[in-house]
Design a protein around this ligand. Structure first.
Ligand SMILES: [Zn+2]
Length: 129
């Protein structure tokens, strides 16, 4: 009877640690993939997109009566807790829009890596991994 319990608990331990190491290697592989994707987000911009139309200083210009100049493109960013508008030249517009989308993806990736790292902590496999 004792032997049975001993064998059962040895089996149980091996089974559990086998499962655990499989989970750990899956988590590490997922994390590696996410970090690779994160490093590919080269155009990343943390800001919001703004399009502006404006009037110029020439009083005779048609922008005062009819169609305003624009659109001009800006990314609004937070710098030292102040909002700033950064001008985006036409040639950089699509890359900058892509960069804003990349920021959204980066946030998702960071949330995923946090979840994975918390799992690794639970498995006692976070420190040193
Ligand atoms: Zn004008």
């Amino acid at each position: 009877m004792f032997l049975f319990f001993l064998l059962a608990s040895v089996y149980n331990m091996r089974y559990t640690s086998g499962m655990s190491s499989e989970i750990i290697s899956q988590l590490l592989a997922q994390r590696k993939k996410l970090l690779e994707e994160l490093s590919s987000l080269t155009h990343l911009l943390h800001g919001s997109w703004v399009e502006r139309y404006s009037v110029c200083s020439r009083t005779s210009c048609s922008c005062h009566t009819g169609e305003r100049h624009g659109p001009r493109y800006y990314v609004v960013i937070n710098e030292e807790s102040r909002q700033r508008q950064k001008y985006i030249p036409q040639s950089q517009v699509s890359a900058a829009q892509q960069g804003i989308a990349e920021y959204q993806r980066a946030q998702e990736i960071i949330a995923e890596i946090t979840r994975i790292n918390l799992e690794l902590i639970k498995e006692r496999a976070y420190a040193g991994s």
